[in-house]
Design a protein around this ligand. Structure first.
Ligand code: ADP
Length: 485
């Protein structure tokens, strides 16, 4: 099959979160499975320097944006057999210090930037000599693509390919003032409550939900949750209408990147059978982060965007109680200044027990996953979550709230004591999380049980084979229009 993927971020070219990891890995997995995958993404600052093999394509975009026309160029990178990345080069929009924001402020022209990018995707889908069998778009940044493609059907594009939208996080919808709708050059009649309008505003993700042939999201449980008022972020009604075409597929893990035995980020390799390297990594992490070096103290870690979704408030509450005991905690995070302040205060309150590092650091992320005993992920909601799956492979027991992909990927003691891989809690409260941490400390004290849990965790397999198989089924489903409502 020929699959055209489109995303506002793709690892290893750009990344702010799991979206980039997933799209990058899906493309590789599709190519490895013998398909032809091409990915379209913006050419952000620094990509050309980091990937000097990028080649300019003989291609010129000249697309209407409201009453104006905007031009752009196209670059490409052949990554492997069956995998090519296209980069849309529009320096005015994309040659900037950030991807979506700078200094915690979103760019004021994000609507314009990603409407233009979406138009480039639809344009490539139509005019590339290579014809996609399906166009698979990811999140709000390219949510308008299905509508733009359908519109071109009325403008002489005889048989456009079907479209699939993946929702990586329903909380980010790309909502902009009505005036931005004019930039889409879509007909006025699409600006209604069953289409792209959301309480008088333009909603890019809603556009995708309304017009894509098939919608997927990144875990089966999240697919159910987003049809409820509680987690539907105002779009649960529309999602219920489209439920027949809404499918949850758990993300895979790129074990080529996230592994413990061939990993340039880790001081020492280790495997299930040879865990000495993990202990070494723990001591090294303690030393490098300025904590007392002591293998017997249980070490908890978190790597996260510091956003409300991630459960920062209950985590700060639970830790300020639990850190009175014998444990250490490390954090790598970036995001809300208010939450950064909260963690800084925690570090001041518990010197020698807490190490916090703010910013984005890929190497430190691997080293925390490898050096800790437990990984905390108390999310309020979590579409899939990747870090808990990375933790499993790194033998770092995840402590998760039973929501979305966290619930789908971790097995708690009470679910199956023989196969347990982690610890789950249910209520979104500091008390409940503190209780889960207490359970972790008990587990840590029982060497045999801890070892069983660690082994189960490291054996859990979320490789892309199954995930890619599920996506191929979805692509086939959207290529059979009879099933599509
Ligand atoms: P989300 O996409 O909601 O941020 P996920 O768990 O799905 O959450 O994916 C987060 C990804 O981003 C993981 O690869 C994680 O390691 C990475 N990440 C998050 N924050 C940081 C950070 N401060 N430094 C390095 N990597 C980070």
């Amino acid at each position: 099959m020929n699959i055209l993927l489109a995303s506002g971020e793709v690892y290893p070219y750009s990344k702010t979160g799991g979206l980039a990891d997933m799209v990058g890995a899906l493309a590789v997995a599709l190519a490895n499975a013998g398909h032809e995958a091409r990915v379209v993404t913006p050419l952000y600052r620094g990509i050309r320097e980091k990937f000097p093999a990028l080649r300019k394509v003989d291609w010129q975009f000249d697309l209407p944006m409201g009453l104006e026309h905007i031009q752009a160029e196209l670059w490409e990178l052949d990554v492997a057999r069956g995998l090519k990345i296209y980069f849309v080069d529009q320096p005015g929009y994309f040659d900037r210090a950030g991807i979506y924001q700078e200094n915690h402020f979103s760019y004021a022209d994000n609507a314009e930037r990603f409407i233009f990018f979406s138009k480039c995707v639809a344009h490539l889908a139509r005019y590339l000599p290579w014809r996609p069998d399906v166009v698979h778009v990811h999140d709000w940044q390219v949510g308008l693509v299905p509508a733009l493609i359908l519109q071109q059907k009325t403008e002489g594009w005889g048989n456009p390919p079907p479209t699939c939208l993946t929702i990586h996080n329903l909380a980010y919808q790309g909502v902009f003032p009505e005036a931005a709708f004019a930039l889409t050059n879509l007909p006025e009649h699409l600006f209604h409550t069953e289409g792209v309008e959301f309480f008088g505003l333009l909603n890019c993700l809603k556009a995708g939900i309304a017009y894509a042939d098939v919608i997927t999201t990144v875990s089966p449980r999240y697919a159910r949750e987003i049809t409820t008022e509680e987690l539907g972020c105002g779009l649960d009604g529309l999602l219920r209408q489209r439920q027949k075409n809404l499918i949850g597929i758990l993300n895979g893990v790129d074990y080529g990147e996230w592994n413990t035995n061939r990993n340039p980020h880790l001081p020492k390799p280790y495997t299930i059978g040879r865990m000495a390297g993990k202990n070494f990594n723990k001591r090294k992490l303690q030393k490098d982060l300025g904590l007392p070096v002591n293998e017997s103290i249980p070490l908890f870690g978190t790597i996260s965007r510091l956003a409300e979704q991630k459960g920062v408030d209950i985590q700060l509450g639970a830790l300020s109680e639990m850190l009175n005991g014998n444990l250490q905690f490390v954090l790598l995070g970036s995001g809300s200044p208010e939450y950064e302040r909260g963690y800084r205060d925690l570090a001041r309150q518990f010197p020698g027990k807490v190490a916090v590092h703010f910013g984005y650091d890929e190497t430190l992320a691997h080293r925390i996953e490898a050096g800790c005993d437990f990984f905390l992920m108390p999310s309020r909601f979590e579409p899939c979550g990747l870090n808990q799956m990375y933790s499993l492979r790194y033998g770092t027991i995840p402590i998760v709230r039973a929501t979305g992909g966290l619930d789908d990927s971790v097995i708690d003691w009470t679910q199956n004591p023989r196969l347990a891989t982690g610890i789950k809690f249910f209520e979104y409260t500091s008390r409940s999380l503190a209780k889960a941490i207490r359970k972790a400390l008990v587990l840590y004290g029982q060497a045999k049980l801890f070892q069983i849990c660690r082994r189960n965790a490291m054996k859990a397999d979320f490789s892309w084979d199954q995930t890619v198989h599920n996506y191929l089924n979805v692509y086939e489903k959207c290529c059979k229009p009879a099933i599509v409502a």
